[in-house]
Design a protein around this ligand. Structure first.
Ligand code: F6P
Ligand code: MG
Length: 444
């Protein structure tokens, strides 16, 4: 029962939560300090701005010290944003807690909100994205996979005329599986985990072969159910699909490609991409990352093999220009609330999602929020773990997520859980990003 299952804390032994709080957070903050330093050292930065960057770097380093000393989490200071009180109320409800002894979901969101607070209360750095440099440089390293996927997509379009003319049912379904998995495994490379990955590792995670091999690692796979739902409802007049995005760069490329496919194949009539309003969990998409994606794709320095890209890019752009693909941000995505709180905290957003034909949630953080970061038994149904967004919610939810935290539900049987524990012991299959879920719930 939902209320008995606790959420993971950063003090839980053996958890990804603890490891993240003890090791990764300090590195992430140091990354922001280094980034500020590098930008401030650039020639075209004026003196006042440079001087202010020193103060910002000190404030950032102070967060790092707080984490390393495991200080108590303190209320946010007023930085002029309307959400401060809400954060502090929630902190008060949690009660006394510290960085390495707090609910993981809250603590991690709080860290990104603190970074944001420092920048937004500055004079010269209000809209500065401390993670942009990292996002850009990693995207460029995904060259091989980007070019491969572009080739593959344009080849498909050439072979089948328009994808939507494909007549054979089985071929259509296989295409759906393939494109869904491209978007799924696009999530394998988020930057908050990248600290530990080499370029070679990165390239191994991407590309078609890697994707095919990974299929058996999908521990809850509802692709057939999604497909059945889409077939059953294909006659509906308006079929807007919402994609709640996760990471910029390579994953965003796979998601835009997926959106294009959903439109080309006639599965959806429009696609709405949800971005974050401000920098979040290092690599999450903010509005400016969309334009940045196209800027990179257009550049033959980044992507020298042009043939397919030169055909694909105008095709993708057209979807944005015609309004077939739109983008939107909601402040709820950058709150510390899990999605179980959506009915009370973001009722208008909830209504929009209820009106959607299908809502696709990308990535680990969205999954943690869908399931309240709860330590559910792994055989708990996805529907149950969704709480108020599950049964009778009216939301058609599809989670595409590689497993990078402590929560994972929907594994069909305990036998399968046992087998996974044997194959990848000590929770590795829930944590190491090599396993994944394609979990669907119709909200009926
Ligand atoms: O621990 C890794 C981590 O920072 C998690 O806290 C978080 O859930 C995840 O990375 C972010 O992954 P994603 O970009 O898939 O949401
Ligand atoms: Mg992310």
């Amino acid at each position: 029962n939902a209320h008995e299952v606790r959420s993971v804390w950063t003090s839980d032994e053996g958890s990804m939560a603890k490891q993240t709080a003890e090791i990764r957070w300090a590195k992430i903050i140091q990354g922001t300090v280094d980034d500020m330093g590098e930008t401030a050292a650039m020639e075209n930065i004026d003196d006042q701005k440079r001087a202010e960057s020193i103060a910002i770097q000190i404030a950032l380093k102070n967060i790092k010290k707080e984490i390393q000393k495991d200080n108590a989490l303190t209320p946010l200071q007023d930085d002029g944003k309307p959400d401060v009180q809400e954060w502090n109320n929630l902190l008060a409800v949690i009660g006394e807690c510290s960085w390495v002894n707090c609910p993981w979901l809250f603590g991690e969101c709080y860290m990104y909100r603190r970074i944001q607070g420092i920048l937004t209360s500055s004079k010269h750095w209000q809209n500065y994205d401390v993670f942009k440099r990292q996002k850009d440089s990693t995207f460029v390293k995904s060259r091989a996979a980007v070019e491969e996927l572009a080739n593959r997509y344009m080849q498909t379009v050439a072979e089948t005329g328009l994808v939507q003319n494909e007549s054979k049912e089985e071929a259509k379904k296989l295409r759906f599986i393939e494109m869904t998995e491209v978007s799924l495994w696009g999530n394998a490379t988020d930057l908050s985990l990248l600290a530990n990955l080499t370029l070679e590792d990165l390239q191994k995670l991407q590309g078609r072969d890697a994707i095919q091999k990974s299929q058996r690692n999908i521990v809850d796979n509802d692709t057939d159910d999604v497909w059945a739902y889409l077939q059953r409802t294909a006659g509906q007049h308006s079929r807007q699909i919402d994609i709640v995005l996760d990471n910029a760069g390579f994953e965003l490329f796979t998601d835009v490609l997926y959106a294009a496919y959903l439109l080309d194949a006639g599965i959806s009539t429009s696609v709405r991409l949800h971005t974050k309003e401000s920098p979040w969990f290092v690599s999450d998409v903010i509005p400016s990352d969309i334009e940045s994606l196209f800027k990179h794709l257009d550049s033959s320095d980044c992507f020298p093999s042009r043939e397919s890209l030169d055909q694909l890019i105008p095709r993708l752009r057209k979807f944005f220009q015609s309004g077939a693909i739109t983008t939107t941000s909601d402040p709820f995505w950058t709150t510390p609330f899990s999605f179980h709180e959506m009915p009370s905290k973001a009722p208008a957003l909830l209504k929009e999602l209820q009106n959607s034909y299908l809502v696709i949630f990308k990535g680990d953080l969205n999954y943690r929020k869908l399931t309240r970061d709860g330590l559910w038994p792994h055989t708990t149904t996805f529907e149950e773990a969704l709480g108020p967004l599950g049964k009778q919610s009216g939301i058609k939810t599809l989670a595409l997520r590689t497993n990078k935290s402590d929560v994972c539900v929907g594994v069909p049987t305990q036998r399968e859980v046992d087998a996974l524990n044997e194959e990848a012991p000590d929770g590795a299959w829930v944590q190491n990003g090599k396993y994944a879920v394609v979990s669907f719930n119709e909200g009926q």
